[in-house]
Design a protein around this ligand. Structure first.
Ligand SMILES: Cc1cc2nc3c(=O)[nH]c(=O)nc-3n(C[C@H](O)[C@H](O)[C@H](O)COP(=O)(O)OP(=O)(O)OC[C@H]3O[C@@H](n4cnc5c(N)ncnc54)[C@H](O)[C@@H]3O)c2cc1C
Ligand code: FES
Length: 258
């Protein structure tokens, strides 16, 4: 785990309220694995006191850069949005466990709901580097919220969009679309409701799956227990695990949805 004082090298609002920010993050870029996150000090003062967790969205190891993709929802993310090229940002991480990379057999799918594409894009970069093709199912309310379609195709993957209003691709949920074209292995991130229904599909079809969860976080390093989530485990009915340390990526079959 590292603490990095990173410089903002690029910040772009790609849709109102949605930003992509590139940071010069040296060593952290070398260590980062898909599915991990950074705990970001968003402001210069003690307000907000707590860091905010943001997924590692993309990595350029040659340049030593890490990118974040985030939506402004409150004070912390609003402070991130006013950062400009040359500003500095204090980062703790890479933190958490990442996705388990596949071997070379079987069909790989990625299912992203809205901003859930954030950590999955880095996974797709790494899969591309390993010459592993993925079918990428992206879901959004409407066409303009389907992020990074051309970049994902440029990495060599196939993209299958689903929109609630039918403005692009399949009209309906991305989970329904995935169920019509299941794979051997699936990686996902998105809203809790979407992940819950995807986990049902994964169980029904006996697919290997991993999902990345979001919980409010305090320390980000396993000390405060504010991020506990309910999981099943062998020999017990269930146990609580820390999303910041044992997660944010969990085997799909282990998450208890309530
Ligand atoms: C491991 C992890 C990775 C994440 N990666 C990303 C990412 O790549 N991009 C991104 O945009 N967001 C990501 N998030 C969510 C992000 O951390 C929150 O949006 C952020 O902390 C909100 O801070 P704020 O001060 O702007 O809002 P606050 O003022 O703290 O909250 C504003 C609203 O957002 C809700 N909220 C805040 N945090 C969370 C959370 N963790 N889960 C669900 N609802 C929340 C609050 O309930 C409230 O309604 C991630 C969260 C986790 C745990
Ligand atoms: S945020 Fe403190 S234990 Fe996870």
């Amino acid at each position: 785990m590292l603490i990095t004082d990173a410089e903002v090298v690029k910040q772009k609002e790609i849709l109102p309220g949605f930003y992509r920010m590139a940071l010069s993050a040296g060593e952290a870029a070398n260590y980062a694995k898909p599915g991990q996150f950074l705990h970001v000090r968003c402001g210069e003062t003690l307000d907000p006191l707590l860091r905010r967790p943001v997924s590692i969205h993309a990595v350029d190891r040659e340049k030593g850069e890490i990118s974040l993709f985030y939506r402004v929802v409150g004070r912390g993310t609003a402070l991130l949005a006013v950062k400009e090229k040359g500003d500095r940002l204090n980062l703790l991480g890479p933190l958490g466990s990442g996705f388990t990379m596949p071997g070379n057999s079987g069909r790989v799918a990625v299912v992203a709901g809205g901003i859930g594409i954030a950590p999955l894009y880095f996974l797709l970069q790494e899969l591309s580097g390993l010459k592993i093709h993925a079918d990428v199912f992206t879901g959004a309310a409407t066409k303009k919220q389907l992020f990074f379609t051309s970049e994902i195709k440029a990495l060599g993957h196939s993209v299958f969009p689903a929109t609630d209003d039918g403005t692009a691709g399949y009209r309906g949920t991305v989970v329904n679309l995935f169920e019509q074209n299941p794979a051997d292995r699936v990686y996902s991130c998105g809203p809790a409701g979407m992940l819950k229904s995807l986990c049902r599909v994964i169980r029904k079809h006996g697919i290997w799956g991993e999902v990345s969860l979001e919980e409010r976080m305090g320390c980000g390093v396993g000390a405060c227990l504010s991020c506990a989530c309910k999981t099943v485990s062998e020999g017990e009915n269930y146990r609580y695990r820390r999303v910041c340390v044992e997660g944010p990526v969990f085997p799909a079959g282990e998450v208890v949805w309530e």
